[in-house]
Design a protein around this ligand. Structure first.
Ligand code: GRF
Length: 205
């Protein structure tokens, strides 16, 4: 069984969706630890209520993408037996860029959820970008993390129609509902060994 770590910075609703699926035995994984870079992240309480261990690794003054910071995260992962052999690290609203060293160490074992249909609207405020651009459809993407920003191999996507009177908030809410479906699904596929990565492409079976 894989050992699961979830990295958050805030609300943690995707984390909650994944942990619920684990509790209901829909995902064969051991929820090892939830790590936040913010001590006041709401998701920490949610994880604790679900009986999952939490840790805070604060990042004052440490730039995103720095191995100095990520080494501290890796130390917590190792303490909790989330290794490059048996682990999966899920970024769920973790508002930091991950360093190339961390990515190399856990290659193919770090996933992220992004609130747009990649490669459209990477980076921040994707829902706002989608509304402002005037697209008719947006959605969300679960992907493996590589050295770029939101560029790794795509695992699952879900489409949401953008209505004529759509606002950033209304779109974000509807996309979030889809996020809560496809992120646990992707984790389940991984935990069951049902994702094959071939270059940029993934095949799930
Ligand atoms: C989600 O919209 C996710 O796609 C993005 O950050 C947000 C996190 O929300 N990466 P939550 O903390 O999971 O509720």
């Amino acid at each position: 069984m894989i050992n699961l770590a979830i990295l958050i910075s805030g609300r943690g609703s995707n984390m909650e969706a994944i942990l619920h699926a684990v509790k209901k035995k829909k995902i064969p994984a051991r929820p090892a630890v939830v790590i936040s870079n913010k001590p006041d992240a709401k998701g920490l309480e949610v994880a604790q209520k679900l009986g999952v261990k939490t840790a805070v690794v604060e990042s004052p003054g440490l730039k995103g993408g720095s191995w100095d910071y990520d080494q501290k995260i890796v130390a917590v992962l190792e303490e909790n037996n989330v290794t490059p052999k048996n682990g999966l690290v899920c970024l769920a609203g973790f508002m930091r860029i991950i360093s190339p060293e961390f990515i190399r160490k856990y290659r193919g074992r770090i996933m992220n959820i992004h609130p747009a249909i990649l490669p459209a609207f990477p980076g921040l405020h994707s829902q706002r970008q989608a509304v402002q651009y005037g697209v008719k459809y947006s959605g969300c993407t679960v992907h493996f993390v590589d050295e770029g920003v939101d560029t790794g191999p795509i695992i699952l996507q879900s489409i949401v129609k953008v209505e004529d009177n759509e606002t950033e908030d209304s779109l974000a809410r509807r996309i979030l509902r889809q996020e809560h479906k496809i992120y646990p699904q992707a984790v389940r596929l991984f935990a069951e060994g049902r994702i094959k990565v071939m270059g940029r492409k993934t095949v799930t079976y």
